[in-house]
Design a protein around this ligand. Structure first.
Ligand code: ZN
Length: 205
């Protein structure tokens, strides 16, 4: 099934009006076909997206600009019972006439199966950390790689880490006036770090 329509712009800088021509649009379709389509795990009936410039003012688009060809891509696949979406910054490589991800990591579509797997892994790690912290468990193994985890406990904080760096959980033992504990919880998923400061926001991505 071919990719659905992509809305380009609106653009403001003169540079982008000239840049976004038929060859540019073909290059984007090629890029998405190679990078995204193989990641779709379930049938979809519709797809589409948009592309806007990250720096869309003429003062950012001079001949030596490193950011004038950086774009924000949003793309979605609609399934019968849900949508798989990606929002990511990509770059147009003018000499090659091709796109590439910003930062070098391949595009990663957070599909339903991946999201379910992430929830399962994160929930398992969180439950293990709580058991270790409350003393219900003395030791544990990382659900991702199977190595024994390291715990560190002090009067002020508690941390659990995987020796292979699959996750890092570290929280203050104190709860602030809003009922929130300061700390962080990161999980590495296919080379990317997911997570943020507070566990309650963890899955919002
Ligand atoms: Zn591990």
């Amino acid at each position: 099934m071919p990719l659905g329509p992509i809305a380009y712009g609106p653009f403001h800088a003169e540079f982008h009006f000239k840049r976004v021509d038929a060859a540019f649009k073909n290059a984007l379709v090629q890029f998405l076909t190679v990078q995204l389509l193989p990641q779709m795990e379930e049938p979809y009936f519709d797809s589409g997206g948009s592309l806007v410039a990250c720096f869309d003012e003429s003062r950012f688009c001079g001949p030596l600009s490193a950011v004038r060809d950086r774009y924000r891509l949003e793309f979605h696949f609609r399934r019968e019972d849900g949508t798989d979406e990606i929002k990511v910054d990509i770059e147009f490589d003018e000499p090659r006439g091709t796109f590439r991800p910003v930062g070098g990591n391949p595009l990663y579509l957070l599909t339903r199966k991946r999201l379910e797997h992430r929830r399962y892994v994160v929930g398992t790690i969180e439950a293990l950390c709580r058991q270790l912290e409350t003393g219900q468990a003395k030791t544990g193994t990382c659900p991702i790689c199977g190595l024994e985890v390291c715990t560190e406990s002090s009067p002020g904080s508690f941390s659990v880490r995987c020796k292979a760096d699959c996750f890092d959980y570290e929280f203050s033992r104190e709860v602030d006036t809003k009922g929130v504990r300061r700390g962080h919880f990161y999980v590495r998923e296919e080379g990317r770090e997911i997570g943020q400061g507070l566990t309650s926001d963890f899955l919002s991505d």
